[in-house]
Design a protein around this ligand. Structure first.
Ligand SMILES: [Ca+2]
Ligand SMILES: [Ca+2]
Ligand SMILES: [Ca+2]
Ligand SMILES: [Ca+2]
Length: 336
């Protein structure tokens, strides 16, 4: 009898294994040494739709042999659950920043999903979107279309998720090339049926400070109109450093950048200092925070509260007590 059960369970396991080999795509990943750490950067989202933010990242499950999405669900008591295995079926395009996963609600069901620019079918470039299955995992990736034209691999060109047309479905934007190759913001609007539309040219008027992490564009609603805007630390006027905010014009483009002030003091150009946008004082206007310097030069969290009239207040010192493992991008701070 025991032998019979052993035989049956072995058969089932074999069938399961065979079917998974037959139905799942071959997952190609770069050798560990070539994998951009940005792929491993933690992501923040509400993956179980309970109103509490959870954390996800692409890592290892089981005995370490399998790549997987690890999701740490918020326990609502100030801690996270140990990571659950939310599935594999990953096929990153390469190790470039353009493959950086982003979180959004791409099917507007309240559950956070994950998207990244990778490979589909026979190896063509595509947006891969892993829809949340609502029971503790992600569906295998769907092909949400191509038509990508990244400008380069620098941090300023990473994909950004936001609702740029305010319809509740998360869209994707990045700084790339349009037309004959001129620089532009490319926005792929979610077409609500499982794919992105071809990119629209949402304008240029960009002036990045440089290609360091501090210039990484971030998405927020800086004027509280429901339409996602874009901000980054760049140059204004005669070349002075400033926060440049491109407000969404609500008709398929961004306004030219406004100067939202300076008073910045980044600790350095390490990715741990990457700015992030979130509403830290819960007034509906996105604010900006990053880990920098305060007072006489001690490390601190600097938070620039939105002044609601087209600028940021000077930074407040929101405390220190940080202990990063290192300055690698895997420690990228994040916000929702
Ligand atoms: Ca969803
Ligand atoms: Ca949208
Ligand atoms: Ca807005
Ligand atoms: Ca705010």
């Amino acid at each position: 009898m025991k032998l019979f059960f052993f035989f049956v369970s072995t058969l089932i396991a074999t069938l399961a294994l065979t079917s998974s080999f037959n139905t799942e795509r071959t997952v190609l990943t770069s050798p560990p040494a070539l994998v951009c750490p940005a792929l491993k950067a933690p992501l923040c989202g509400d993956f179980n739709n309970d109103g509490y933010l959870d954390i996800a990242y692409y890592g290892k499950c089981g005995n370490g042999a399998n790549d997987c999405w690890r999701v740490h669900i918020n326990k609502k008591d100030g801690t996270f659950h140990n990571a659950g295995n939310w599935g594999g079926d990953m096929w990153f395009k390469d190790s470039y920043n353009e493959s950086k996963p982003v979180v959004g609600d791409f099917n507007k069901d309240g559950y956070a999903d994950i998207a990244y620019y990778g490979k589909c079918g026979s190896g063509s470039d595509c947006w891969r979107v892993h829809i949340n299955n609502k029971i503790g995992g992600f569906h295998n990736a769907g092909n949400w279309g191509g038509d990508m034209w990244f400008r380069g691999i620098k941090p300023v060109h990473i994909p950004l998720a936001g609702d740029f047309n305010n319809d509740g479905y998360t869209d994707i934007a990045y700084y790339g090339s349009c037309g004959s190759g001129k620089e532009c913001w490319r926005v792929h609007i979610n077409n609500k049926n499982g794919s992105f539309s071809n990119a629209g040219d949402w304008g240029a008027d960009m002036w990045f400070k440089n290609s360091e992490f501090e210039s990484t564009p971030i998405v927020g609603d800086f004027n509280k109109d429901g339409f996602s805007d874009i901000a980054y630390y760049g140059k204004c006027g005669n070349g002075a450093d400033c926060w440049r905010v491109h407000i969404n014009n609500k008709i398929g483009g961004f306004h030219n950048a406004g100067n939202w002030g300076a008073d910045m003091w980044f600790q350095g150009s390490e990715s741990v200092n990457t700015p992030m946008a979130a509403d830290f004082n819960n007034d509906g206007f996105s604010d900006i925070a990053y880990y920098g310097k305060c007072g006489n030069g001690t490390e601190c969290w600097r938070v620039h509260i939105n002044n609601k009239i087209g600028g940021f207040h000077n930074a407040g010192n929101w405390g220190a007590d940080m202990w990063f493992e290192g300055s690698q991008p895997k420690n990228l701070p994040m916000a929702e």
